[in-house]
Design a binder for this molecule. Sequence first.
Ligand code: PLP
Length: 457
Amino acid sequence: MNSNEFREWSLRAAEWGADYRNSLRERPVRPLVEPGEIFKSIDAAPPEDGETMQAIFADFEQKILPGMTHWQHPRFFAYFPANAAPASVVAEYLVSAMAAQCMLWQTSPAATELEMRVVDWMRQALGLPAGFSGVMQDSASSATLAAVLTMRERALDWQGNNSGLQGQPVVRVYSSDQVHTSIDRAIWVSGIGEVNLVRIPVAGRFRAMQTAALEAAIVADRENGMLPAGIIASVGGTSTGGIDDVAAVAAVAKRHGLYLHVDAAWAGSAMICPEFRHFWAGAEHADSIVFNPHKWLGAQFDCSMQFIRQPEDLVRTLAIKPEFLKTHGRDGVINYSEWSVPLGRRFRALKLWFLLRAHGLEEGLAAWLAREPDFEIVTEPMLSLFSFRHLAAAGVDLDEHNLRLVSAINDDGRIYLTQTRVDGQVAIRFQVGQFETTVADVDTAFEVITEIARSLS
Ligand SMILES: *Cc1c(COP(=O)(O)O)cnc(C)c1O
């Protein structure tokens, strides 16, 4: 493919992407295909000669697209969301075009340094104390594996990587019986073994691990000559959203000198809102925390963030330094491949940077309207509700103008709003609670409100 064709097909792909997103509401969320149907439609042998992009693209549309499940569909309610906001998709186009391997500082200084920045932006956004550093992993599964390997190595006095687990005391890890299956796999892969993942029963509305039972299990294991290594607490379990009492679990971890990893892969995004932070109170005492901006927050997969209190332990567990990877004379720089199991790494920070800058933390409409000189925020966002009014020209009755505006907006049909009175004056209420509402829907609301308000003035 020459560079003109690359340009042409990149533009085609970008246009296709925008059209695709616009057409989602008209598509079935899950494809109506039988197993094997698509497999059969693909040639059994690879082509001998190159084909035109025309032909390849046509087959993509005819054979592949009908077999896709549309994860960005506004009516996708299965699993957990894997939101990919347009701003992060645009960043991914750029990352694909540059296709850099970002394993060492010197293999892309900007990737490493932007990653350091956005990890710290997220730390601040989630209300975690300074002193946590972090790394972007491909998935929560990888982050949890890295944490389990670190707790294993710390407990074994750093002997496991070299000597294996033979001849060592039996390593034990504790979690509730509500945790995600990625914890099981980390236990298998780390060689600890499923029988040594001790499942503590849960109680109460939040299905929280019973900390008395947790402590009893640790004490009993020690008495039996086993080696307690760490605890995995869950904030937002997969099946019913179970939430451990992280502060109580952290106190047990501290008393017994155990590593504490918190899995908040799905629910972590909610901790941007201070009113939800009580759900993970105590997380600031964890050794590591994983949360997935690629779920709820809108950063395109893969984008998992692991906060780490003591990165030296992680690096001691995972760093390999073959001669050709040594970056002589560059002491003090972070080489993020030493913080994760895979060596090669994509430039993941860019999409999160685009996303956070395009939307900010307040997510949207209230902030956008506040920036418009002819709008006034009447009540600041409270969970998912705020109110505003449009400032008409001098001499126009504001109450009357805003009531007319609400009617005109609702007659237009694209969005639906109601009014209220705040301190006796008319204000327009805006609340987001619909499950299928997307950032694009809020974009539309902004367009509709400003367009109609200005046409009335
Ligand atoms: C989604 C999820 C995971 C796994 O996330 P991946 O990034 O797909 O590995 C782990 N734990 C919880 C609680 C999750 O919701």
